[in-house]
Design a protein around this ligand. Structure first.
Ligand code: SAH
Ligand code: SF4
Ligand code: F3S
Length: 474
């Protein structure tokens, strides 16, 4: 889940992916009698959920505001993936505590994974919080707000086996009008031992295919040119239609790609154990399915992978990478890596470095292990790697990835790519910024040509940093 997208914003290397980024937004506040303000933390799934929450609140007469001082209702959509992500939210709550002292009528609600993990305990720990709402309970927000308005604390953290919010049309927040996220499934059944997501998001369930196609078609009709299909493990998408037909991820991808050759399709995240040749061949068959896969490796050592319950070995992972490159030689590849998982030795760590070198990742999100209460690892293993060792290994991982990225981006010099224009470059109004199919950011001068956001243009690369390609229209 993984590009530096306009919603997640940018951050330090360790934080770009999940946990720390937030961006408030504004959305036509004058049409509504009350105002809400929402900040989102964590993965794209959370940002996508905030768009569902916005839709539910709009129906209730709440309009969005980008200024929390104007808000009747302040919501934080939270993340629990690492301790630091939770700490960021707690710090933020301190800010709202001060504001609430002068604005006693303002309600503060905590949504998302931290709400689910801490449940009613949140109300004891953070006295200013009025509402605690888990990721499957957003439909109950109107009732919970009414309850909170009467001065009661309200909580709904029930997880569901079938909630997919399929019928709710998300309100696109802080959108560039070109790319959008579309959630295709919720929850996760994988139980990686380090991970809190199965506990905060519940069982895996896939969303009705027709509702996905409808949402993507609507987006295309409104001028969007790129959809990213979201799920914790998209390759296990599986939906049975009313006529008994079973749809897997490869079939879903093909159906979305067929909406229009001008609609780019991306997806995230793929689990190495589940991505099939069928998906790879489908990607290769459609020009508009982007040639980019985010394939988290986590560790390059089979013993550690086993302790993590990732259910693949180092060799299996490397074979998967080989297969991807056989079927799509030009495919972009990124990953997630964790340093210092329980019992990790220096040799195990070297295996992680060598798997990165052999896979030649274009980009990576890199973390040091953070024990999460309640996870299988917290219950079964000792978090025995000292913090400074975790950090030192993380720095080695980051340094290696920086050099791999530099090589990958330098190799693109003199190549020509089809780029989807996303908008003005932040640095220079006279430059466009967009992405190629491989998800690399490309910046190039407008050259006075009559182009606009959402157009495709062929760009020849002339120079590169380790995170951006620079070029000229050709
Ligand atoms: N379902 C997705 C994303 C899950 S969370 C997937 O499987 O890829 C995103 C990343 O956060 C994970 O891939 C992992 O690298 C990292 N992560 C998860 N739990 C963590 C923990 N306890 N400590 C450090 N990093 C963690
Ligand atoms: Fe967490 Fe593993 Fe599920 Fe990803 S696949 S969300 S890492 S349990
Ligand atoms: Fe964080 Fe929850 Fe996403 S824990 S990474 S917001 S699924």
């Amino acid at each position: 889940m993984l590009q530096k997208n306009p919603v997640l914003g940018t951050g330090e290397v360790e934080e770009t992916r999940q946990g720390e980024a937030y961006l408030p937004f504004a959305n036509d506040p004058n049409r509504y009698s009350k105002k809400f303000y929402i900040e989102s933390y964590g993965c794209q799934m959370n940002f996508s959920d905030s768009e569902i929450v916005a839709s539910i609140l709009n129906e209730e007469g709440f309009g969005a505001t980008g200024n929390f001082m104007d808000a009747d209702l302040v919501l934080l959509n939270t993340c629990s993936i690492r301790e630091k992500a939770e700490q960021t939210v707690r710090n933020r709550l301190q800010v709202f505590r001060k504001i609430k002292d002068n604005k006693p009528g303002m309600l503060v609600g905590v949504l998302g994974c931290m709400a689910e993990r801490l449940k009613a305990k949140f109300l004891e720990e953070e006295k200013l919080v009025d509402m605690v709402v888990g990721p499957d309970a957003y439909r109950s927000l109107p009732g919970l707000i009414m309850e909170a308005e009467t001065g009661q604390k309200s909580v709904n953290v029930l997880l569901s086996r079938d909630e997919t919010y399929a019928d709710i049309s998300p309100v696109r927040l802080d959108s560039n009008g070109v790319s959008a996220f579309v959630t295709i499934m919720r929850g996760c059944n994988n139980m990686c031992t380090f991970c809190v997501v199965p506990f905060t998001r519940g069982r895996e369930r896939s969303r009705d295919k027709d509702s996905i196609i409808k949402e993507c078609t609507d987006l295309f009709d409104r001028g969007f040119r790129e959809v990213t299909l979201l799920g914790q493990n998209v390759d296990s998408y599986y939906f049975t239609e009313d006529n008994g037909e079973n749809i897997d991820f490869a079939q879903l991808l093909a159906s979305v790609a067929e909406i229009s050759p001008l609609l780019r399709v991306r997806f995230s995240t793929s689990h190495p154990k589940d991505i099939t040749d069928d998906v790879l061949h489908t990607m290769a068959r459609y020009h508009n399915i982007c040639k980019y896969i985010h394939l988290p490796v986590q560790s390059g050592n089979t013993r550690i992978l086993n302790l993590m319950n990732r259910t693949y070995t180092r060799e299996w992972y490397l074979n998967k990478v080989k297969r991807i490159r056989e079927i799509m030689p030009d495919c972009g590849l990124s990953t997630d890596v964790i340093s210092g998982f329980c019992t990790e030795t220096e040799e195990d760590h070297m295996d992680t470095l060598s798997v990165m070198e052999q896979s030649r990742f274009d980009m990576a999100y890199m973390f040091s292990y953070s024990e999460r209460p309640g996870t299988l690892a917290a219950r079964r293993y000792t978090d025995d790697i000292p913090e400074e060792v975790k950090k030192r290994r993380l720095i080695e991982i980051i340094n290696l990835q920086n050099s791999l990225s530099r090589v990958s981006y330098k190799n693109d010099i003199d190549k020509s790519f089809e780029v989807l224009i996303e908008g003005n470059s932040k640095k220079k109004e006279t430059d466009w910024v967009g992405r190629n199919s491989q998800n690399k950011v490309v910046v190039f001068p407008k050259n006075g040509l009559d182009l606009k956001k959402g157009d495709y243009v062929q760009v020849k690369i002339t120079s590169a940093t380790s995170a951006t390609l620079l070029g000229q229209i050709n």
